[in-house]
Design a protein around this ligand. Sequence first.
Ligand SMILES: Nc1ccn([C@@H]2O[C@H](COP(=O)(O)O)[C@@H](O)[C@H]2O)c(=O)n1
Ligand SMILES: C[C@@]1(CO)OP(=O)(O)OP(=O)(O)OC[C@H]1O
Length: 157
Amino acid sequence: MRIGIGIDVHQFAEGRKLIIGGVDIPSPVGLHGHSDADVLLHAISDALLGAAALGDIGKHFPDTSPDYKDADSMILLKHVCKLLAREGYKPVNVDAMLLLEKPKIAPYIDEMRRNIARCLGLELNAVSVKATTNEKLGYVGRQEGACAHAVCLIENT
Ligand SMILES: Nc1ccn([C@@H]2O[C@H](COP(=O)(O)O)[C@@H](O)[C@H]2O)c(=O)n1
Ligand SMILES: C[C@@]1(CO)OP(=O)(O)OP(=O)(O)OC[C@H]1O
């Protein structure tokens, strides 16, 4: 068994969709990024890569490459799983935390968990997604951006 941690931050921007955990959430603003800026999936991708000591998502999906412009982060996460499989690893469980002032994402959490579980080949009860506001403090509290932290366990296939 090996453990990995991932953290990601994206800035809010007008004219962008708010996609978190593969769910398109109704919102007047979205997250800015080279890809679809799915902050949650990026943190999970980094945690999985970290557990296998395979570097980070910027190494595998450079934000200078047109290949990843507006990329669907679910596809990037799937690719991360393939990289792990090549090294003889598979995910065991995921726990993730979103720091997001608005909107409330509680109604979308189960859909996010289902998306992630399907992508990683896990049972639903092996995928946890939680959220907190930042109590109006800092960049999250000022609604300038969103942050996600993830921890993943992997094991040999
Ligand atoms: N963007 C968010 C933030 C929080 N939640 C849910 O609300 C609960 C209370 O949040 P506090 O920051 O006041 O502790 C939290 O435990 C989440 O269940 C949410 O859905 N979306
Ligand atoms: C996913 C990638 C690649 O499109 O771009 P972004 O969407 O900007 O995301 P980030 O978490 O800043 O870094 C990883 C990138 O290389």
